[in-house]
Design a protein around this ligand. Sequence first.
Ligand code: NAD
Length: 467
Amino acid sequence: MTDYKLLIGGELIDGDKTLDVINPATEDVFAQVSWASEAQANQAVAAAKKAFPAWAKTPIEHRRAKLLELADALAANADVLARLLTSEQGKPLPEAQGEVAWTEGYLRHYATLTPSSRVIQDDETCRIEARREPLGVVAGIVPWNFPLLVACWKLGPAVITGNTIIIKPAPTTPVATLKFGELCQKIFPAGVINIIADNNDLGPLLTSHPDIAKVTFTGSTATGKKIASSSADTLKRLTLELGGNDAAIVLDDVNVKETAQKIYGGAFMNGGQVCMAIKRAYVHETIYDDMCNELAAIADSAVVDDGFKQGTTQGPIQNRMQYDKVSAMIKQAGQDGTIIAGGTIPDMKGYFIRPTIVRDVKDGHQIVDEEQFGPVLPVISFSDIDDVISRANASDYGLGGSVWSPDITKACEIANRIESGTVWINQHVTIAPNVPMAGYKKSGIGVEQSQEGLDEFTQMKVLNIAK
Ligand code: NAD
């Protein structure tokens, strides 16, 4: 018996096994949750399959109302959910509250959407309509950096378009999502929303299951490739939001102090554990020293501590594996370049790493070429625009990027040549539910958010009537 149960077929049930969840700030087990067996995962798929025909036929106005009810319930339980997020994910409590509020806003937005349809031709010869219909059962597989927000990025578009869904959170952050399942259970018909937790063992079952029509996944590129392969046999629809190595290109005409603050925010939000964080900063040589010094001063002033302590600006890394990975990358970065802030592991329990700024590194160094997904930023000097654009583009990733200059025309010319799904100018990581989010190259397949993202949860159907 655990406090955090699976949601399968409208029932909150114990898992066949239990899973310990660690608070990354203390390294102590703070919760035990239900861990679904393969049989329970199959039950969840069967329940979603059974619920699909009626839900697909439910008028969209009714589905909108249910999603809004869920948003209300989320808001009413914001405090509990935010505290669970801080406990399992590590982020400072105000940021966890922000994640819950953000999630609510996304749900409210999805409730306003309608799948696109259009009349292609309507004359004396024929009427041709292109419509969109739901796909069936969707599997939503979620990472550990924004557990609730990303779960709802999948759940909201799936249910508004008439699909049913199985959400699977990451094994290190299932708690808030299972708690959220209690709210879904009270609001939605049985089987429309199912939530199962695992220990990294149930993904392949879902991604190869013949009764699942679509997989929407956010996580690493390595796992994305496995999903593409395991879903190939059943030709599932796929939306993959994967890793990134976003470059910020900072021109010589910026205000260094102001820009440093914004670059820091874009790189170290959520302790750098953001798919679209700035992961490499290319700074023009004439302002390179000043920018490095500013960034180091901001990093030095960060308060790295338990997310429940007032004043904490950066919590721990979410899990031991990522902590070890980032620690090893910082060690290597110290050999390749010069660490001018952080680089140290505070002498306390928990997966804490101080925000780290590394200068004098180059392309070819691990910290520049690979995604760190943690609180460390390499700052690289450049002198030539064409050269820096080709360096920014010389990556397997292409999620986001940014150009920084008060000269918007010049910045746009550079942005046009950056191979990434989003290019910001004088900002980074600004996202919204009505703005498409897509990745070039190995950063993903398909689109999330916006009308285009919504339509990925549907099947195109053409009605062609002879007159
Ligand atoms: P991950 O790929 O290890 O895990 C993500 C999810 O996939 C978890 O729920 C996990 O249990 C599940 N999973 C693991 N193996 C699976 C398999 N074989 N089949 C199906 N599911 C499987 O990623 P992570 O470590 O949780 O997250 C970090 C990575 O995710 C980073 O590389 C980051 O850039 C990326 N990420 C991308 C976005 C985005 O929107 N593009 C957002 C967050 C994280």
